[in-house]
Design a binder for this molecule. Structure first.
Ligand SMILES: Cc1cc2nc3c(=O)[nH]c(=O)nc-3n(C[C@H](O)[C@H](O)[C@H](O)COP(=O)(O)O)c2cc1C
Length: 267
């Protein structure tokens, strides 16, 4: 039981599928000891299931019409063992099953980082470029923005590093958040210009941040939500793989649950 299969996606990116056994009886003491509360939750879940299916089919229609190009970003420094990279590959695989005609740009910021802005290059993004270094930075920014502009769906693999995002992903945003190109200032405040796109963000974390005491120090999800919203991408699905540092069983469960969420997100 359990076991892990690896397959190669249509993109050539290895995707990992995790088959885990279902937990028998729902809790260690067996079904007869389930609480009334749990029964009530199950009844409510069953009651809401038709509405959830309706919602998923609505999402299906919304996404099906739109997807002709996918931009996928990875930034883990963990190479082949990266969970976010495997889940991004799984997301691409599922998207391309639904949209076989969709083309793909895969940018791996972990393997090939975009340089951080420096005093020598910042004018390429936030000023008037004049030097070779500034012009080269503007050209890089132009091409990263073109990749984004082309995409209907952006898939981002974002590990949590020190409560936030890897600096390589931040460097990508530093090149892509560009005044008058991806956002502008109007009388009513800043306006995102990258409208009509959807994002699926896979967040991997060693600990638990979606609930409990560490929720307050999750600077990863609110930050990513703001960065994307600032350039006009507000249709964002966040998928978590949490407690990856809690041992192999917790890790497998986290990956299995994230994979289920990916399947639902891509309907
Ligand atoms: C530099 C660094 C900092 C990290 N900081 C955190 C952290 O603040 N909170 C956390 O839960 N996990 C932290 N982790 C653990 C990663 O989030 C976890 O290993 C996750 O699986 C990384 O994604 P990946 O497998 O795609 O590389 C950190 C890992 C590294 C390498």
């Amino acid at each position: 039981v359990g076991g892990r299969r690896t397959r190669t996606s249509a993109t050539g990116v290895p995707g990992k599928l995790y088959d885990l056994p279902r937990r028998r009886g729902g809790c260690a003491a067996g079904t007869e000891r389930r609480s009334n509360f749990r029964d009530a939750v199950e009844r409510l879940t069953a009651l809401l299931r038709p509405y959830r299916l309706l919602y998923l089919s609505y999402r299906h229609e919304q996404t099906e019409a739109a997807v002709t190009h996918i931009l996928a970003l990875n930034c883990s420094i963990a190479g082949e063992t990266s969970v976010s990279r495997a889940l991004v590959a799984e997301t691409i695989l599922r998207l391309r099953e639904k949209h076989p005609e969709a083309s793909l740009t895969l940018r791996d910021l972990g393997e090939a980082p975009v340089a951080h802005l420096t005093p020598d290059t910042v004018a390429g993004v936030r000023g008037v470029p004049a030097t070779d270094a500034e012009l080269a930075t503007q050209a890089l920014s132009d091409s990263l923005i073109a990749e984004l502009e082309q995409a209907d769906i952006v898939v981002i693999g974002a590990p949590m590093y020190n409560f936030s995002i890897p600096t390589s992903l931040r460097a990508w945003f530093d090149h892509v958040l560009r005044p008058r190109v991806t956002f502008s200032y109007s009388e009513s405040g800043p306006q995102g210009l990258m409208k009509g796109k959807r994002a699926i963000v896979v967040e991997t974390r060693g600990g638990l941040y979606s609930e409990g005491p560490s929720k307050a120090v999750d600077f990863q999800e609110p930050y990513l939500r703001q960065l994307l919203a600032f350039i006009g991408i507000t249709d964002v699905t966040f998928i978590h793989a949490e407690k990856l540092g809690f041992g192999p069983e917790a890790r497998e469960l986290a990956v299995q649950s994230a994979t289920t969420r990916i399947v639902e997100a891509v309907v």
